[in-house]
Design a protein around this ligand. Structure first.
Ligand SMILES: [Ca+2]
Ligand SMILES: [Ca+2]
Ligand SMILES: [Ca+2]
Length: 290
């Protein structure tokens, strides 16, 4: 914009200058005529100026001869100014071209930067997504690690305190005797519960421990409804001794209520359960599922 204004101004100046030149040459011609008419006699051939004027008089220029032929000094001055303007104009044109080149280069650079910026923005977004995913994964792994570490600590305790493993569970056989309720409390303090028997294999394993002990089965809530310590009702398998459960021979007034179940070591492996008074003191077995 600025360049264009400058160009226009220069062109205007050159035009005005051209116009002035024409006017000036006309003026000179007219003045030399005037000298012929009005010059006092005293001026003639008396000094340098006079000689000059005389020369002017002697030369009869046509209006078309203009600056150069009518007055050498003025003509030279004007042509110098014109040359200077021409030079300025050339310089300006050159400068304009350089500016145009610079502008093109900068435009190109700006476009490249824009492209780079877009690429980087995209990359940043991808990295952000990756970061979010990794953060999520890290949190999951931390949770998993905490869970496993807890389990490991639990297992370490289990192993060091006389527990033994069978299938997918750990078992603890007590070395003292307690009521059913106290026995259960002991198991819970060890992070376990009284044993729940789920299979023939488990029943046989327990029978081989060769002791009479409490298992996690009771009908203390509702007489006749036997429930495991995890809340599931007794279905199958079941390994009752003959005539059991009998709730004390159905004579509570004589034998007391029998609401807690134990394994009787004198019976056969698959026929060894008996219900007994919960206040009896027996060994017990805790079970911890891995
Ligand atoms: Ca079990
Ligand atoms: Ca009972
Ligand atoms: Ca019984």
């Amino acid at each position: 914009m600025y360049r264009r204004t400058l160009e226009l101004r220069l062109e205007a100046e050159v035009t005005v200058f051209d116009h002035k030149c024409v006017k000036m040459s006309e003026g000179v011609y007219e003045i030399s005529d005037g000298f012929e008419d009005d010059e006092p006699d005293a001026m003639k051939n008396t000094d340098i100026d006079g000689k000059l004027y005389a020369n002017v008089r002697a030369f009869k220029p046509s209006p078309r001869d203009g600056v150069v032929s009518s007055d050498g000094v003025i003509g030279h001055h004007n042509s110098t100014e014109r040359d200077q303007l021409q030079t300025s104009y050339s310089n300006m044109t050159k400068e304009r071209d350089q500016l145009q080149t610079s502008y093109n280069t900068l435009t190109k650079e700006r476009d490249q930067l824009q492209t780079s910026y877009n690429t980087l923005t995209k990359e940043r977004d991808q990295l952000q997504t990756s970061y979010n995913t990794l953060t999520k994964e890290r949190d999951q792994l931390q949770t998993e690690r905490d869970f496993l570490s807890g389990r490991f600590t639990n297992l370490k305790q289990t192993c060091s305190e006389g527990w033994q493993k069978f299938d997918s569970s750990w078992y603890f056989l007590s070395t003292e005797t307690k009521t059913w309720k106290k026995s259960r409390e002991d198991c819970m303090e060890r992070g376990a519960d009284l044993v729940i028997i789920n299979s023939d294999k488990e029943q046989e394993f327990l029978f081989k421990l060769n002791k009479g002990f409490w298992i996690g089965l009771t009908d203390s809530v509702t007489e006749g409804t036997l429930i495991w310590v995890d809340g599931t009702p007794l279905t199958n398998p079941r390994y009752w001794s003959p005539y059991q459960p009998d709730n004390g021979g159905d004579k509570p007034e004589e034998y007391g209520e029998e609401d807690c179940v134990h394994i009787h070591k004198e019976q056969s492996p698959r026929k060894s359960w008996n219900d007994l008074s919960c206040d009896s003191k027996l060994y017990w077995v805790c079970e911890k599922v891995v």
